[in-house]
Design a protein around this ligand. Structure first.
Ligand code: EZ4
Ligand code: CO
Length: 415
């Protein structure tokens, strides 16, 4: 079975997505997600100009060989654009293989290790009452694990906190978004003011309040978005120990693996990192030296199912689990792939789940289902996504970016 053609589909049903569609000479179609938030057209160009012409005529079943051909063959290795493009190809080929086998993809990855993938939702509020409403709504919907982000006194807006209007409606089963959208549509990124000391003073009191109101049973998570120095991160981890977090995410800029050693030596709060990593090499020391507890790389940004499974097999030797990135900038194709792999992985930990907009769900038609605090991939052959190309074509690309942070003195700050 040969690859007959590959098409890059850019669509923006509320936000931008890059999808690769591969068609075989038998007429089997597979989809892969290559969405890279704020840099979507770079991946689309990489695919269209440099990958699609290489795919035609290749054996559609030779997934590993195609992965190595694109990774090693290009000479230039790693990087988010390259690895998102390879991820799109790899995922589409797994979708095809599973469709040909007539099996849901997780069966080809070893079969189910569990009934469903535990997910965490995003609760946020500009203040404590708003945050409590958001937590309560998540609990009503059946979430058992919740990420907590709040406004910080003295800061106008904080990334990861939904505006009151967005936070006050909707939910996992409803038509309206209840959480925040990472990117904002505009020609230039918005700029926000950041103050680490104000943040560090405030966060422990938020977790104290949440535990006081909702008790000890819910798994609570928090994301520091790479904004702290190692010693600030160590301080935050220590100050959150009484509230027994499921994890503390991206405490320091992720490029410096050594930084996590300092954090680790000072705190027993579990650490998650890697949503900006795209290869196993980014985890070489973190995993071998057991400096983290959860791997955040999503299939969409780290070379696909083939390479994320490789990272997770390495992590399994050190009791490190998965916690794949799953914001709305991973498309339903990427999320479906994560749920199939998560169901099969022995060392699955948790899956991030931000509910896509109704428009997005209409375009991609995902088969996965949320119930009892978890996601199941469904039993359809393949990934279980049904892209409506005509509908996708009605949503052209619109420039959108994540905000940029500046300190009070005007310096551009880490994310
Ligand atoms: O900032 O997806 O854990 N989730 C996150 C996200 C990321 C965006 C980046 O595109 O940190 O909100
Ligand atoms: Co994050």
């Amino acid at each position: 079975m040969l690859i007959e053609r590959a098409d890059v589909i850019v669509t923006s049903p509320g936000r931008n997505f890059v999808t690769l569609k591969i068609t075989t000479d038998d007429g089997v179609i597979g989809y892969g997600d290559g969405t890279l938030n704020g840099r979507e057209l770079a991946v689309a160009g990489y695919l269209t100009d440099h990958v699609v012409p290489l795919l035609t005529g290749r054996d559609a079943h030779a997934i590993e060989d195609t992965w190595q051909y694109l990774y090693r063959g290009a000479y230039w290795r790693r990087g988010p654009v390259t690895m998102a493009a390879i991820a799109a190809v790899d995922t589409a080929l797994w979708d095809i293989k599973a469709k040909v086998a007539g099996l849901p993809l997780y069966q080809l990855l070893g079969g189910a290790s569990r009934e469903r993938c535990l997910v965490y939702g995003h609760a946020s509020g500009t203040d404590i009452p708003e945050l409590f409403d958001s937590v309560r709504r998540h609990l009503d919907e059946g979430f058992r694990a919740i990420r907590i982000q709040t406004g910080v006194p003295g800061l106008d807006s904080v990334y990861g906190v939904a505006s009151s209007a967005a936070a006050s409606v909707g939910g996992a089963g409803s038509n309206t978004r209840y959480d925040y959208e990472p990117a904002r549509r505009s020609a230039l990124p918005a700029e926000e003011t950041w103050d680490t000391r104000a943040y560090l003073r405030h966060v422990p009191s938020v977790f104290e309040a949440v535990r006081g109101e909702f008790g000890d049973d819910i798994a609570l998570l928090h994301d520091a978005h790479h904004r702290l120095t190692p010693i600030q991160a160590a301080k935050l981890g220590k100050s959150l120990e009484p509230y027994d977090l499921f994890w503390l995410e991206d405490v320091t800029p992720a490029e410096n693996q050594e930084a996590l050693r300092w954090v680790r030596h000072h705190t027993t709060t579990p650490l998650a990192i890697g949503e900006v990593f795209n290869s196993v090499w980014d985890y070489q020391h973190l995993i071998r030296e057991q400096l983290i507890d959860y791997v955040r790389s999503p299939i969409t940004h780290a070379g696909g199912i083939t390479s994320v499974r490789r990272i997770m097999d390495y992590a399994a030797m050190y009791q490190i689990k998965s916690g794949m990135h799953g914001p709305t900038d991973v498309s339903p194709v990427g999320l479906a792939a994560a749920v199939h792999l998560g169901l099969a992985l022995h060392n699955f930990g948790i899956q991030e789940y931000m509910v896509h907009s109704e428009q997005t769900r209409e375009v991609f038609g995902p088969a996965y289902e949320f119930a009892h605090g978890g996601l199941r991939p469904g039993e359809e052959p393949g990934l279980g996504v049904h892209l409506d190309e005509d509908l996708a074509a009605t949503y052209p690309y619109e420039r959108a970016y994540l905000p940029v942070n500046r300190l009070r003195d005007g310096t551009v700050h880490d994310w």
